[in-house]
Write a protein that binds this ligand. Sequence first.
Ligand SMILES: *Cc1c(COP(=O)(O)O)cnc(C)c1O
Length: 243
Amino acid sequence: MKVFSSVAERLEAIVSAVTAAAQRAGRTAADIELVAVSKTHPPEAVMEALHAGQVLFGESRVQEARAKIPLVSGRARWHFIGHLQRNKIRQALPLFELFHGVDSLETARDIQRIATEESQRPTVLLEVKLSEESQKFGFTPDQLREQMEELLALDRLTIGGLMCIPPPQPKAEEMRPFFAKLRELRDRLQTECRVGLPQLSMGMSSDFPIAIEEGATLVRVGTAIFGDRSGKAWRPTGATGEE
Ligand SMILES: *Cc1c(COP(=O)(O)O)cnc(C)c1O
């Protein structure tokens, strides 16, 4: 594999790969949004991607995002892709246009309550746990089918679709059944609940082309754009280690 040297070059390669995967699946690149996952990377890296034409970024920690977002041009758009802790909802609401990982009815109810108090109308995706053993967060498919009606009744929330983080597999191709399962669950919920769930957030650096072939509308790519995160943590200068 070619070693790319800059964020701009890697981004270009990812955008090409998104387009190629879309074409293989008979879709168009315009149906898929690339979320550049900038967690642990400094605002300078985000600016580099922004100058290269990427405007949508993903963060998974509210404190980090709260410090980083004001240091990046207002042209950037932000999605929250992590597990949203209850005590961070109020801070998070005004920062993000989409919350990918709403993983329980309790969290959804908390968002409803706080969004009402804060006059916000967040759009969320519901995180689905597709494998029992290895995932901490998310609705099981059965839970989702049982709780969907109650979720849809939370009138401050727009439920845009589903999201998953399947357990990593040795080969990218082995991720395909998980992605297919999320799409099938989405199709089933749409019919059973008579609701539109257009968004499927699935696929990361190592498997996003397969996710696109299986219907992803949002792919969350970090490492392949910004490089390795191991041992990295960005904090604003002068900040303490508190989260
Ligand atoms: C970190 C993260 C990603 C990006 O992962 P890469 O393998 O670096 O592309 C995607 N989704 C979520 C939820 C993440 O936390």
